[in-house]
Design a protein around this ligand. Structure first.
Ligand code: OAD
Length: 256
């Protein structure tokens, strides 16, 4: 956004919303230097084939390659810090009810101080047994050992000795049902939904703003590029997360 003046209609919406639900995607963390998936040149899916890394079939075929790739991503995320967009959402929650529903598997919302309502696609930092689902916290799951290309044998589950897998959702897998239920409730109950940094093409996450709009809830989208949702939302802000969210927060008076 080169013009930093906020549309008065957007400012009114933001001021009047007691409960805001935010649906974030990879663009939320782009200004923290975490690559998105589909941005030209910098997106992960420009350099890596999702079918070889983010599917149950890929895991069955070559678990050491998949494990190493997710550990590399976890290590990368560890080296980054939340950006002003993450920080604005955490501050917003001191003033109003803010529920963060994210497709991101990083922990930047939490590190900025937000309590995340739902990680729809899981987390890089919650590996679990691929067979019995026992959460795994052994030191051999430490991402510091990972590099981008190295194959790393996944650790074994202490209970059933099966391989430990990344705690993320792969293509073809259902979302964790508790996370999905919390996300659907957060989107259905809010006064204002903000969609930020997602291409809006991966379902069911992409259905949350559609459902909100159908229920008459205003939706603001923040994205430097138009998406399939942009022509449907109440307001499209063509800007980045680290610029747009702090600009919105300025309209929210401190609580009390
Ligand atoms: P994408 O990579 O598909 O989309 C990122 C979006 O962020 C694009 O619309 C960009 O224009 C936008 N963007 C880029 N920089 C931005 C910035 N600084 N501020 C705001 N927006 C910015 O990422 P997602 O929509 O999150 O799933 O992808 C959805 C899912 O597809 C991911 O969770 C992942 C991926 O494959 C799985 O791996 C299962």
């Amino acid at each position: 956004m080169t013009d930093t003046t906020l549309d008065p209609a957007i400012a009114d919406l933001v001021r009047g919303a007691a409960w805001v639900t935010v649906c974030s995607g990879a663009g939320m963390s782009a200004e923290s230097n975490v690559p998105t998936f589909r941005d030209a040149e910098t997106g992960l899916w420009e350099r890596f084939d999702p079918t070889e890394l983010a599917t149950p079939q890929a895991w069955s075929r070559d678990s050491a390659m998949v494990w190493a790739w997710y550990q590399w991503r976890a290590k990368l995320v560890r080296s980054t810090t939340p950006n002003p967009g993450h920080v604005a959402l955490a501050e917003w929650a001191d003033r109003r009810t803010v529920m963060v529903v994210t497709q991101n598997v990083d922990d930047l919302h939490e590190r900025a101080g937000s309590a995340v309502t739902a990680h729809l696609h899981g987390s890089l930092f919650e590996p679990r047994c691929s067979h019995c689902d026992l959460p795994y916290s052994g030191i051999d799951a430490d991402p510091e050992v990972a590099t981008e290309t190295l194959r790393v044998q996944p650790p074994s589950c202490p209970r059933c000795l099966s391989e430990v897998r990344p705690g993320v959702v792969w293509f073809g897998e259902p979302l964790p049902s508790h996370a999905w239920e919390r996300a659907a409730d957060a989107a259905a109950g809010c006064d204002l939904l903000i969609v930020v940094g997602t291409s809006g093409i991966v379902y069911p996450a992409a259905s949350l703003p559609e459902r909100a709009l159908a229920a008459g809830i205003p939706v603001i989208e923040i994205n430097p590029e138009p998406t399939p949702l942009s022509s449907l939302v109440t307001h499209f802000m063509q800007t980045t997360a680290a610029v747009g969210l702090p600009a919105l927060l300025q309209e929210v008076p401190p609580a009390g």
